[in-house]
Ligand binder design. Structure first.
Ligand SMILES: [Fe+2]
Ligand SMILES: [Fe+2]
Length: 300
């Protein structure tokens, strides 16, 4: 991925934007050091739960945030998960890795200082709705993801927040927050600042050494057919993003036409033979559910 981003491309983030991101690097540091340490520990083949817990417990906020997410609509456990030990036993290390990433991303998204608080709130909500829809679709259609779909949904549009941070005076002139994420939005971003939120977000994801599936989703969520390494995850988030945009644009789900989702065929190839019919039946209910859950997560 780093090579793809380094290849000649007219719309790579211009130096002024990169300099501004670097200037604010401490505020934009996504993973606290304990999170990085904990993720490294699980890469050891003989990693034990107590070794893992010892590392994570050094950062009480991270641990609390992980448990909060483990008990949220992300996993909806029948009985509450009350300790890190229980979380690992119940979910396993792979899902706990994604809990760490999601907890860190959520915490950073909520604390970022933006001139206009409303911009941050509406984009955080968009991340939550997309993440929750990705998770529900993954569970319903058995796509086999283990939490990375939530993390990817959460961060897919982080480039828009980065644009709001780096060019605050211009941001609302090209992104009116009307949730019409068509190619026109990307075009308007490129004309205004020389890059788009997908490329800026991907530059940042690479600089933060986020896992490669997340880098690819951020870069290609508007062009899932260009995702060659993680096409299923990218298509899933693209479908969820389209649903989230409809919800935030029209404030209702009953008028959602699944046939209007241009990314559905890309995802349908990974579903069962009844995928399109089932999707049409459940899409509105899923959207309502995700919106309520996202509101609860925003308040917590
Ligand atoms: Fe986007
Ligand atoms: Fe989006």
């Amino acid at each position: 991925m780093a090579n793809d981003l380094a290849s000649p491309d007219l719309f790579l983030p211009p130096p002024a934007l990169i300099a501004e991101l670097k200037r604010r690097s401490s505020e934009l540091q996504m993973l606290p050091s304990v999170a990085i340490q904990a993720m490294r520990v699980t890469e050891k083949p003989d990693c034990s739960i107590s070794e893992y817990s010892d590392v994570v417990e050094q950062d009480l906020k991270l641990m609390t945030d992980m448990l909060k997410l483990a008990n949220s609509a992300m996993y909806s456990p029948v009985t509450p998960i009350v300790s890190l030990h229980r979380a690992v036993l119940r979910l396993g290390f792979a899902q706990c890795q994604n809990l760490i990433l999601s907890a860190s991303i959520t915490s950073m998204m909520k604390r970022i200082s933006l001139g206009q608080k409303a911009i941050r709130e509406v984009l955080v909500k968009h991340g939550f709705i997309t993440a929750l829809l990705s998770t529900h679709l993954n569970q319903l259609f058995h796509f086999g993801f283990m939490g990375e779909e939530f993390t990817a949904g959460l961060i897919h549009d982080f480039g828009r927040t980065l644009l709001a941070i780096t060019v605050p005076d211009q941001f609302l002139t090209f992104d009116t927050l009307e949730f019409d994420e068509s190619k026109d939005l990307l075009k308007a971003e490129r004309i205004a600042v020389g890059t788009d939120h997908c490329r800026l977000g991907a530059y940042y994801a690479v600089s933060q050494q986020l896992p490669e599936p997340l880098q690819e989703v951020v870069l290609f969520h508007h062009d899932p057919e260009m995702a060659h390494r993680f096409p299923k995850l990218t298509a899933l988030v693209a479908v969820a993003d389209h649903m989230a945009n409809h919800l935030q644009r029209f404030h209702e789900s009953s008028n959602y036409d699944p046939a209007s989702n241009p990314f559905l065929p890309a995802l349908a190839q990974y579903g069962n033979s009844k995928f399109n019919v089932q999707f049409a039946e459940i899409s509105a209910a899923l959207m309502d559910k995700a919106e309520h859950e996202a509101e609860a997560m925003l308040m917590s």
